[in-house]
Ligand binder design. Structure first.
Ligand code: BGC
Length: 385
């Protein structure tokens, strides 16, 4: 099963890279430009938008309220759909796939016209998706691909492979590896939830940049743990589990040495990693914080960037993704061509997809990217002035 998942992830990466190359939308870590064709932002959406959704109902299911991003995703999608007259049923599933499956079943029963699903374990919805198929209800996978099913009509996401690649390239530049720095630098790697297809793509993107430095000995993984998911996955993207694993690594391998760089695929893990580093005395003279990556630009993590505890976080503008989903929903229900710019193979079919653009925030640009753009208020961010 794990081998199958790994193969699947490699296939997905290949398809995605080809698709991205074809539409010329691949980015460099220096890319801080605005997405070329973002839809308008729901938070600024005027009330007088065409009511394309009048009389239509959309079922939206999100994985959990425990991470900041899904609260924002849910709120943005709901607001943007309602601004167009849709009725919305929005549910959160406390990271339990069986709970989400019942929620989707209810939405099918209540006669939803479209289902938007951000799954927990993308390969574990089988039965409920077949019910959607039998009822002829279009399904849009939201941010996470629905795998091993022939019932996933569209997929709206960010450039997932690009996320990992951007994190790898950030590390490469921060340590000067691309300029020939020889280190050696101590690296430890973390991966996301093994039931989340994105986690495979994040890992693949980062390792495609970093593996050559590990092979040449410039990056040294003292624990020897680099394999995703077997050695480095963190179930449910849980901060405490990441903290515990970092504690164990520091105790076992860094009693007389320091870690120089930690690859974290997202911000919930980076929060746990920083907590662990802090309690081990990092951030003091002679023990600087390592280069540490992240993703989502959670408010807490932007605070960590400001305080120098975390180096960067990938910014995924959930307003842009929400609008992409609304554009897809409108087009599906109007029988028009659905906007796509990529294809993901989910193990059974090629799913027509839309990759929204990513950027990264660090200590130099966080304010411009996150506050001046109106995404956050300055007062939302701990320690910001
Ligand atoms: C998302 C990330 C998020 C992670 C944990 C992934 O599927 O793409 O943005 O950090 O889930 O919620």
């Amino acid at each position: 099963m794990k081998n199958l998942k790994r193969l699947l992830s490699i296939a997905l990466v290949l398809v995605m890279v080809i698709a991205l190359a074809a539409c010329g939308s691949q980015q460099t870590p220096d890319s801080t430009t605005t997405p070329s064709a973002p839809a308008e932002q729901p938070s600024q959406a005027p009330a007088e938008q065409p009511q394309t959704g009048a009389g239509k109902k959309v079922g939206v299911t999100m994985p959990t309220k425990s991470l900041q991003r899904w609260n924002e995703d849910g709120a943005n999608v709901k607001a943007a759909l309602e601004a167009k007259g849709y009725t919305v049923d929005l549910q959160y599933a406390d990271n339990k796939q069986d709970v989400q499956n019942s929620q989707i079943e209810n939405q099918i029963t209540m006669g939803c016209d479209v289902l938007v699903i951000a799954s927990i374990d993308g390969g574990a919805l089988g039965g409920v998706l077949q019910q959607a198929k039998a009822a002829n209800i279009p399904v849009i996978a939201y941010d996470r691909l629905l795998t091993n099913t022939d019932k996933c009509d569209y997929y709206a996401t960010f450039d997932n492979y690009g996320v990992g690649k951007m994190q790898g390239e950030f590390i490469e530049q921060a340590l000067g590896l691309d300029k020939g720095a020889k280190g050696p630098f101590n690296l430890e790697c973390f991966g996301g939830d093994p039931g989340d297809n994105n986690a495979y793509l994040f890992n693949q993107g980062a390792m495609d940049v970093l593996q050559k430095y590990i092979d040449s000995g410039v990056l040294v993984v003292k624990s020897g743990q680099t394999k995703f998911p077997d050695q480095i996955a963190i179930t449910n993207w849980d901060s405490k589990a990441a903290q515990d694993r970092m504690d164990n690594l520091l105790t076992a391998y860094y009693a007389d040495d320091i870690v120089h760089v930690v690859l974290s695929p997202n911000d919930s893990l980076a929060q746990g990693i920083v907590a662990s580093l802090k309690s081990a005395g990092y951030g003091s003279a002679g023990k600087p914080y390592p280069v540490l990556t992240g993703q989502d630009c959670d408010k807490i993590n932007v605070g960590q960037i400001i305080r120098g505890e975390q180096s960067m976080s990938i910014f995924k503008d959930t307003r842009v993704l929400a609008n992409q989903v609304i554009a897809m929903t409108d087009a599906i229900l109007a029988g028009q061509q659905v906007p796509t710019n990529a294809t993901y193979n989910n193990g059974v079919i090629d799913v027509p997809s839309y990759n929204c653009e990513i950027k990264f925030a660090d200590k130099n640009n966080w304010k411009e990217l996150l506050v001046d753009s109106g995404y956050y208020q300055l007062s939302d961010i701990p320690d910001a002035q």
